[in-house]
Design a protein around this ligand. Structure first.
Ligand SMILES: Cc1cc2nc3c(=O)[nH]c(=O)nc-3n(C[C@H](O)[C@H](O)[C@H](O)COP(=O)(O)OP(=O)(O)OC[C@H]3O[C@@H](n4cnc5c(N)ncnc54)[C@H](O)[C@@H]3O)c2cc1C
Length: 335
């Protein structure tokens, strides 16, 4: 809690190697630990239930190697995939291939989105060809009838039913259940783990859990284009001097992070740490558009148009509002 002299003290990192714990003193710390280790639950309200935790052997969080390491686990089984992002698409495409080989494999896909079109994204309009292709391929797979799609589906409960799992929830606001599931693959996103930073003064956006200053630039409620204003050390600065959160963790729960962004963030932060202010401020970032916004915004302050060409004035310009930086060391209780 002490503030006086804090900036002159080293950080102390608790690390472990070959089972042995050791301490490292550091002048600066860049936390690039990602979010994969902290997945969201499948329960739609984002709450971990005991039932879900007890089913850990039948629920995989992330993208399993369906055609390789886990082939036997999923072959010929009834598999439920939860989520609507690129991870879910990757999982479904691989399961689709598995079904080609083992026809008894049953694939059920539940997602909260009301329109599948939103999942397909920009497809051939996407400036990142491989990302666009994911949309095209999943659309083809769905249209082939190999995947049973249930949407909008909100999972409320998981129940163990002998060796199987029963999922209870709502489909189009009507009570619904899915029986006899062998395996669940959860692709419901992940979020940063701040638990090991309790002694460090960090601040995050309450909605996205992203670095505070990035939130208005990346908020998926507002942005669908995939382009993000160049940003670097200045925006990533935390109340704790010389401590930075970068990479996918800096985006918090926002699912749109691209590695190009992370490389530029790290370059800028490192430049600042070695005293090259000019290089730290010279941030350059040009990200490929997703193809789902119909006008090209030259800055994030310009509204994005929806596919129908309608600008929703409630959804724009939040990135233009000035952000008040947190004050690190307040010398008086009156300010
Ligand atoms: C199938 C797939 C395809 C993708 N394709 C693309 C693509 O084409 N282009 C693109 O830009 N992005 C792509 N991505 C996303 C990209 O992989 C991630 O955004 C990127 O890896 C995030 O990088 P990161 O360094 O922030 O975090 P991560 O890659 O998650 O790395 C975090 C590291 O920190 C370690 N760690 C975590 N906690 C601790 C701790 N307490 N102590 C020590 N170490 C810790 C982890 O073990 C891990 O090694 C793809 C992702 C997937 C799954």
């Amino acid at each position: 809690m002490k503030t006086k002299g804090r900036d002159d003290l080293p950080f102390v990192l608790h690390a472990q190697k070959n089972g042995e714990r050791f301490l490292v003193e550091a002048k600066a710390v860049i936390d690039a630990s990602g979010t994969w280790t902290n997945p969201n639950p499948v329960i739609s309200e984002g709450v971990w239930t005991t039932e879900e935790q007890n089913l850990s052997k039948q629920v995989f969080y992330g993208i399993p190697d369906v055609l390789g390491k886990y082939k036997n686990r999923y072959s010929g089984k009834k598999v439920l995939v939860v989520g609507s992002g690129h991870s879910a698409i990757n999982t479904l495409l691989e399961l689709g291939e598995l079904k080609e080989r083992v026809q008894e494999t049953e694939i059920v896909w539940v997602l909260r989105k009301s329109r599948l079109e939103d999942v397909y994204g920009g497809r051939e309009q996407d400036q990142l060809a491989a990302r666009g292709e994911l949309g095209t391929r999943i659309q083809k797979l769905v249209e082939s009838g190999k995947v049973k799609v249930m949407t909008p589906f909100h999972i409320q409960e998981l129940k163990k039913d002998g060796e199987k799992i029963q999922v209870v929830g709502s489909l189009n606001s009507e009570l619904a259940q899915i029986d006899a599931i062998d395996e669940i693959i959860s692709n419901t996103g992940s979020r940063p783990d701040f638990s090991f930073l309790r002694e460090v003064r960090v601040i995050s956006d309450p909605g996205l859990e992203s670095v505070l200053e990035l939130a208005p630039l990346i908020d998926p409620n507002v942005h669908s284009c995939g382009t993000v204003r160049p940003h670097g050390e200045n925006e990533l600065r935390q109340p704790e001097k010389d401590f930075y959160i970068v990479g996918s963790k800096s985006y918090g729960r926002a699912p749109t992070f691209l590695m190009a962004t992370g490389y530029e963030q790290v370059r800028s932060v490192v430049a600042a740490l070695v005293g090259d202010r000019e290089a730290a401020e010279r941030v350059e970032l040009e990200l490929p558009e997703t193809g789902v916004c119909s006008i090209k915004s030259s800055s994030c302050c310009e509204p994005e148009k929806s596919g129908a060409g309608v600008v929703n004035s409630d959804e724009v310009n939040s990135c233009c509002s000035p952000i008040t930086k947190p004050v690190t060391s307040t010398s008086s209780c009156c300010s």
